[in-house]
Design a binder for this molecule. Structure first.
Ligand SMILES: *[C@@H]1O[C@H](CO)[C@@H](O)[C@H](O)[C@H]1NC(C)=O
Length: 358
């Protein structure tokens, strides 16, 4: 905090000390997180020098698998941080077309692939960070028991051979019900334990093959049927997770509220407890009953200002039929998205704000 205070004063900006749910705040240090394309984020105590150590270096002082994590020292910081923005469209190469049409550049390429046919060698990233969503069509016990090992190992070998860091978002939305084969609702202690075992089993295969992978754990924001099981309960362990994140959709069946409100509804605070960089895995909203353009612009703005641990944001801009019209359909929506992205980057590149939790 001392450094921040000094910086704020140096910048001639008044420091407002705010009451957050966080408890402590000390000096800020920015550690280089990966050897390539560093995700820089402000944590204390990140002294490790090797990339491998840095991967698992976080602020949690104690973690236990049955009870998740203990809240360690989280800290307030400014909006400034290195960010990654991406968007997924129908069709893998559409993103390049949209960049051209919209005059934007994305940092991340998000690609969804069945584990049996990833075709990793053929994915064209054009220098973007690849976020690979592997779809493994089996139950968590099938996965934990090795039914997909040969496909996973094949991918791991291909990634190791290329040597470029890949973010793998696997078993995404596992806390959901029936969305995917690997979902674990209705929860039981046994199923949750099996989920963790499956997760670690997969991670270990990539590690055995020395594949440079960062593992992204994706929750859905709300457990089904108002189940109150905390996120921490599902956590496979700090050594097995690099980034934690969430998928959030505002659809006609849900509360038509801002992304900020959704995140502040016990989502960001829970994710923050893990002491890892936070990502938005998928986000979009309906245009039924709310001003979609405004919602999108506000979302970008609020992500920058109120959620300093969120460093990676991927929008899901593919229509899925029915009410799930996630793409942008009007010029107004597109300019809100593009201007919002610029605003997000601008705000994140300046250390000119403290975060207000209101
Ligand atoms: C995996 O399951 C989903 C949903 O059931 C299905 O749409 C998809 O085709 C399946 N993929 C494979 C490779 O079996």
């Amino acid at each position: 905090m001392a450094r921040w205070t000094a910086m704020m004063l140096a910048l001639g900006i008044g420091v407002r000390v705010l009451s957050l749910e966080y408890t402590t705040s000390t000096t800020t240090s920015t550690s280089s997180y990966e050897d390539t394309q560093a995700v820089e984020y402000a944590y204390e105590g990140s002294d490790s020098t090797t990339p491998q150590e840095a991967l698992y270096d976080d602020v949690i002082t104690d973690a236990d698998d049955s009870h998740g994590i203990q809240l360690a020292s989280l800290q307030r910081t400014g909006a400034k941080r290195k960010t990654y923005a991406g968007a997924r469209f129908a069709g893998d190469n559409t993103v390049f077309k949209r960049e051209h049409e919209w005059g934007v550049k994305f940092d991340v390429l998000t690609v969804y692939r069945p584990i049996e046919s990833v075709g990793y060698e053929y994915i064209k990233t054009e220098g973007k960070q690849l976020q690979l969503v592997t779809e493994i069509n089996g139950s968590v016990s099938d996965i934990a028991n090795g039914r997909f090992d040969s496909s996973v190992r094949k991918l791991a070998k291909a990634i190791a051979k290329k040597g470029t860091v890949v973010w793998i978002r696997q078993l995404h939305e596992f806390n959901s019900e029936n969305t995917y084969h690997w979902c674990v609702y209705p929860y039981s202690q046994r199923k949750i334990a099996t989920f963790k075992r499956a997760w670690r089993h997969l991670v270990n295969i990539y590690r055995e093959e020395k594949a440079p992978v960062l593992f992204q754990l994706t929750y859905i924001a709300q457990n089904p049927h108002n189940d109150r099981t905390p996120f921490a309960h599902f956590y496979p362990g700090r050594e097995y997770v690099d980034h934690v994140g969430v998928d959030i959709y505002v659809n006609p069946g849900s509360r038509l509220v801002s992304l900020k409100t959704r995140l502040q509804d016990n989502v960001y605070s829970q994710l923050s407890q893990f002491g890892k960089p936070i990502f938005i895995g998928e986000v979009s909203c309906t245009d039924k009953g709310l001003d979609k353009a405004k919602w999108i612009y506000d979302a970008w703005h609020d992500l920058a200002v109120y959620f300093p641990r969120i460093t990676i944001v991927s929008w899901f801009l593919e229509d899925k039929g029915g009410k799930r019209q996630w793409n942008l359909h009007t010029k107004k929506e597109i300019s809100a998205f593009v201007n919002g992205l610029h605003e997000f980057r601008k705000l994140c590149s300046h250390a000119h704000q403290l975060i207000q939790d209101s």
